[in-house]
Design a binder for this molecule. Structure first.
Ligand code: GLN
Length: 451
């Protein structure tokens, strides 16, 4: 049924880069056969899922939305992919994304834009716009995204779906093509908080293949989603994200959601996090720096595209020609910014001070979480903007992640949950919930209560 739905609507939505009908039907048949034999099934047996094209899938193309990986078929599964398969989930295909997860609208994909199912002239958010759009268009009930600065939560917000960035180290990064290794985190996307929790439980947990993976029990996210109770909780409204510069309808729905939490028995207080004002500029030093280093591996020798290999050009020319042809403008901008920020003589001024800001952000969170159980804010300052509206204005595009970035900088956990439509444009608004590291269960408790 989901493959039929994809065939019917994806021409308009373009959530998928690659639909693996054969693989999906084979997996579904395998589940049926197991069932017939009375064998034990995985926890989400037979449930279809859309996978962001940044996770490696053995035998299935993985492009990261980039021309430089066109035609590359990975020889191995990411740990997330493997766990999905072991849970007997049916992977429908790979979803569209901003090239190497750099962007907030999916317009930076080398393979065309994804359209927001609520209004096809608008962006579905990014970088994981394909995953969230596939949920909103009912092409899949579950999806996987990655969140480096907001790429799960912001698309969830603008498509009226649920998206969770787990605690850094909570979900393995093995086989997740790296953008900014100290920030990247895979996580679940779904249409309800409980669905997201069920998927979270499948993909989370320690992995010896990822040296930053946390070796602790996974918080009971499913139990928390079922509990759906905020009575007695202390909830902090982030002062820095509750002022000017937010669309009127976003503020209105946000304040209504906060009132709902109060009505359900939570105590709400305002929390001051002064360093959050510097999170965005610091992120745009750290993320490009790590990206410039990570993307050095796309050298025309190891993967995908190779340009200018004519027997005359030398190795360096082939590399330069390939990277020139294979990377899009945003990726090139970030590689140049990052290379500059990391260069000798500038390292302390840029990368070094950004890391200091990062420490200040962590301290703001520590202070806040000494007093409250979770923090809340709008997920993103506006509803879905028009395709093309910010395409030529990187600064305007970067602002979409204003509220989500501090969580990545500190490595704690965040969720976006739909809280209604903005009256002025009828488009979805998301509430962001932030919890301390390894307290991901609190997101689900609050999210399920308010959804
Ligand atoms: N939009 C942000 C960026 O472009 C965040 C991306 C992400 O979370 N992958 O870097």
């Amino acid at each position: 049924a989901h493959l039929d739905r994809i065939a019917k609507v994806d021409e308009k939505v373009h959530a998928f880069l690659h639909v693996d009908a054969e693989g999906a039907l084979a997996k579904a048949a395998e589940v049926d056969a197991k069932l017939a034999r009375g064998e034990r099934l995985g926890p989400l047996a037979g449930v279809p899922l859309a996978l962001k094209d940044v996770f490696t899938t053995k035998g299935v193309p993985t492009t990261c939305g980039s021309k430089i990986l066109q035609g590359w078929v990975p020889p191995y599964d990411a740990t997330v992919t493997r766990r999905l398969r072991e849970a007997d989930i049916v992977i429908l295909g790979k979803t569209n994304m901003d090239e190497f997860a750099m962007g907030s609208s999916t317009e930076n994909s080398a393979y065309g834009v994804t359209h927001n199912p609520w209004d096809l002239t608008r962006i579905p958010g990014g970088s994981g716009g394909g995953s969230s759009a596939s949920l909103a268009a009912f092409e899949a009930p579950l999806a996987i995204g990655t969140d480096t600065g907001g790429s799960i939560r912001q698309p969830a917000s603008v498509t009226g779906t649920v998206g969770v960035k787990p605690t850094y180290g909570g979900v393995s990064r093995y086989g997740l093509v790296a953008f900014s290794s100290s920030l990247d985190q895979g996580g679940p996307c779904a249409r309800t908080v409980l669905d997201a929790a069920l998927l979270h439980a499948v993909i989370a947990g320690h992995d010896p293949m990822d040296s930053t993976s946390i070796d602790l029990p996974v918080p009971d996210v499913v139990g928390a989603a079922k509990l759906a109770n905020v009575e007695g909780m202390r909830i902090g409204v982030v002062k820095q994200f509750d002022g000017e510069g937010y669309q009127e309808g976003v503020r209105q729905r946000f304040h209504e959601a906060v009132q709902t939490l109060r009505d359900l028995g939570a105590t709400v207080v305002e929390v001051d996090c002064p360093s959050f004002d510097y999170a965005l500029p610091a992120y745009y030093l750290i993320a490009p720096s790590e990206c410039s280093s990570n993307l050095a591996r796309f050298d025309a020798m190891r993967y995908g595209l190779r340009v200018g290999d004519d027997g005359v050009n030398g190795v360096e020319e082939v590399m330069a020609l390939t990277r020139e042809a294979g990377f899009g403008p945003e990726v090139k901008r970030r590689i140049m910014l990052g290379t500059y920020a990391l260069s000798s003589g500038y390292y302390d001024a840029y990368y070094g001070s950004a890391q200091q800001v990062r420490t200040l952000i962590m301290r703001d969170f520590d202070r806040a979480f000494a007093d409250v159980d979770v923090l809340v804010s709008p997920t993103t300052p506006t509803t879905a903007f028009k395709i093309g509206e910010r395409a030529d204005d990187p600064m305007a595009m970067y602002l979409a992640d204003l509220c989500t970035i501090p969580t990545n900088m500190a490595g704690n956990a965040g969720m976006s949950v739909p809280v209604g439509l903005a009256p002025e444009d009828g488009l979805p608004v998301g509430l962001q919930i932030i919890a301390p590291a390894m307290a991901d269960d609190r997101l689900y408790r609050v999210g399920a209560a308010v959804e």
